[in-house]
Design a protein around this ligand. Structure first.
Ligand code: ADP
Length: 209
């Protein structure tokens, strides 16, 4: 597939890291920050100024209605596009984001038109590449056991595995080029696999001008 076929933005390169909590996104983000010092490293939710407040609200509001939660994520996504994503892509930057609209859709179970709402928030822009870190149940349990559970994790292992399946499904449904990686591989090996793919994409985009 050529760059043009999946490229939705004429400039910059937009890479999203996806995976359920504890799959190793933050670990890889830090490795990629070191490998690509020129990249803009960001996250959803929380990549914009107001997004940081929205993230706190989502994590710490008791009895948050699921529709309210969904629309808070969308508000974060819209501002992130305006403040971070669009300016960076317009100035031809490499953007690496911890989560994206793919999480937005995957976590929005039973919310009608979740895909359309997410597309609207981010004005039709999609990642050029989604790196999807996949965990098996035993390793998920082990990693969760070592971490203080946040609100989403408290919903349980079965829920998280269902979300993981939805992440896979929506990458395909949204037509996003996806690199699925076994999240239990050594971190350095995972970084190598990501770097190889990003370098390929960068090469394609230079060749295609
Ligand atoms: P996330 O950002 O997706 O929630 P983290 O990067 O915080 O995940 O990783 C969750 C936990 O798993 C951390 O304790 C981290 O050190 C560990 N971890 C991350 N990547 C790996 C890996 N490839 N192999 C083993 N443990 C890992």
């Amino acid at each position: 597939m050529s760059m043009r076929e999946f490229c939705t933005s004429a400039s910059g390169l937009y890479i999203a890291l996806e995976g359920i909590d504890t799959s190793g996104k933050s670990t890889q983000i830090e490795a990629l920050r070191a490998r690509y010092p020129q990249a803009l490293i960001t996250k959803e939710p929380g990549g914009s100024k107001i997004g940081q407040d929205i993230r706190e609200l989502i994590l710490h509001t008791p009895d948050l209605d699921r529709f309210c939660e969904f629309f808070l994520f969308l508000a974060d996504r819209a501002q992130h596009y305006h403040e971070v994503l669009k300016p960076s892509l317009d100035s031809h930057k490499l953007v690496i984001s911890d989560r994206s609209l793919i999480s937005g859709v995957a976590y929005a179970r039973d919310i009608p038109q979740a895909i359309e709402y997410n597309h609207t928030a981010i004005r039709g822009v999609k990642p050029h590449l989604c790196v999807l870190l996949l965990l098996d149940e035993a390793n998920l349990r082990a990693r969760l056991g070592q971490k203080t559970h946040d609100k989403i994790e408290e919903r349980g292992i079965a829920y998280m595995l269902e979300i993981q399946e939805r992440l896979q499904r929506f990458c395909a449904l949204l037509g996003v080029r996806t690199l699925e990686i076994d999240a239990t591989l050594p971190p350095e090996r995972i970084t190598q696999m990501i770097v190889r793919e990003v370098d390929l994409l960068e090469l394609d985009s230079v060749e295609l001008g």
